[in-house]
Ligand binder design. Structure first.
Ligand code: ATP
Ligand code: MG
Length: 388
């Protein structure tokens, strides 16, 4: 029996004139994501994307799993393909859904007739197929309001399709349709979740990580890479920029008041991230900050940090509790990696009493003891690129 995947693209349907662009991006992302699983033909018609395998021995479970990670899909179905003939449809429904029908107690049939040339109306198709399935499965009863199982029959242009319940898609918009942004990624729990959330809105990510060897180890860097690989299951390919941060931190430690260390360090991160973002066509920055989580994430502290970023800074987890962030981290499988012990450049130079209500003028005054521009140039000259 021939199988296909049918994708109904939820939010995309709302995009009016942009729809073509969005669908093209979705097809491109799907092709990329399915490449390693065999050859597939992808086509779109009547606001549905069809995924048809070219090989016999497709691993449908794996294909479904991959499709479920592609943004821009609200729901999809694995369906069997039959010729548009009522007897063939009845027989295929009984065989293809045999297992689910044998496990259900109540069911109904829903029919959609996109091809109006088909001789039966939708209610007639439901009655005919439903009657046949009842005959084959005498334990079943019909329940049109709350059935345990719904059998879908869709009569479309080239064939009829039969499927059971739809599977949930990853939602959001196809990656690439929302432009590009730089994600400041640490090895913690929050920034990978922030990355995932913005990729879900169609944003293509560029990673930016600050490393302070020898205070931070190569293992900490490997951890960031594996976190981005996990985010990449959803967000697709990206480039990671590793910025050498040791000299900057040592200079801050040498010349600035201890209670302002973290803030000044975060301002350097923002300045450098802005430079990298602009040189890689990113229109915004993303961080994993959440109000009140630590001293550098109070409103005054965020204000002082934002003052040096002349790009919009997106903080998708800003209003979330740690528990809520962790729930997403578990779902996208970054949590276990995030909680491995590691040193972050932020934790290496932590002041004992960080300021929670900094004033911008005193931070700016403290920074005058540093050769800010030179330090930034030096860090940018030392950036290493890794392709994820
Ligand atoms: P996370 O769990 O994402 O590490 P956090 O709660 O530990 O966040 P901070 O360490 O204060 O918070 O960092 C706040 C944000 O700053 C992070 O979410 C991340 O976006 C960015 N950040 C922190 N350290 C780094 C780093 N070494 N490289 C790049 N970005 C960083
Ligand atoms: Mg952190």
């Amino acid at each position: 029996m021939n199988e296909v995947i049918l994708i109904k693209n939820g939010e995309l349907a709302l995009k009016g004139l942009n729809r073509g662009t969005f669908e093209e991006a979705l097809l491109k992302n799907l092709r990329y994501r399915l490449k390693s699983l065999g050859s597939f033909t992808l086509r779109k018609a009547q606001s549905t994307v069809y995924i048809e395998p070219q090989d016999e021995d497709v691993d449908w479970d794996e294909v479904s799993e991959r499709v479920a990670t592609v943004f821009g899909i609200s729901a999809f179905s694995r369906a069997c393909v039959v010729e548009k003939d009522l007897d063939a449809i009845k027989a295929a429904a009984a065989t293809y859904l045999e297992q689910s029908l044998s496990e259900a107690r109540t069911f109904k049939v829903e029919a959609k007739r996109a091809d109006k040339r088909f001789p039966l109306t939708s209610p007639e198709i439901c009655a005919a197929v439903g009657g046949y399935l009842l005959e084959k499965n005498p334990h079943l009863t019909v329940d049109v309001h709350e059935p345990e199982m719904t059998v879908w029959v869709e009569i479309r242009d080239f064939a009829a399709y039969i499927h059971g319940p739809q599977l949930p898609g990853a939602g959001g918009m196809p990656v690439g349709t929302g432009g590009k942004a730089g994600i400041l990624i640490s090895g913690g729990i929050d920034s990978p979740v922030a990355a995932y959330m913005m990729a879900k809105r169609g944003i293509q990510l560029t990673g930016i990580h600050f490393a302070s060897p020898p205070y931070t180890s190569e293992r900490a860097e490997m951890k960031v890479i594996s976190l981005l690989e996990k985010v990449g299951v959803y967000a697709g390919r990206m480039t990671l920029h590793i910025v050498p941060f040791t000299h900057i931190q040592e200079e801050i430690g040498r010349a600035c008041p201890e209670e302002l260390f973290t803030l000044i360090m975060r301002r350097f991160m923002m300045r450098i991230a802005t430079r990298i973002a602009k040189s890689t066509e990113c229109g915004a920055l993303i961080t994993g900050e959440s109000v009140g989580q630590v001293a550098s994430q109070t409103i005054p502290a965020l204000g002082v940090t934002d003052a040096v970023a002349d790009l919009p800074v997106f903080r998708p987890v800003i209003g979330m509790d740690k528990e809520e962030i962790i729930a997403i981290a578990r779902r996208i499988d970054t949590f276990e990696t995030s909680i491995q012990p590691y040193e972050d450049c932020c934790t290496v130079f932590t002041p004992r009493h960080p300021r929670t209500r900094p004033r911008i003028d005193e931070v700016e005054a403290a920074e005058r003891a540093l050769a800010v521009e030179e330090l930034i140039e030096e860090a940018i000259a030392g950036v290493r690129l890794i392709h994820i």
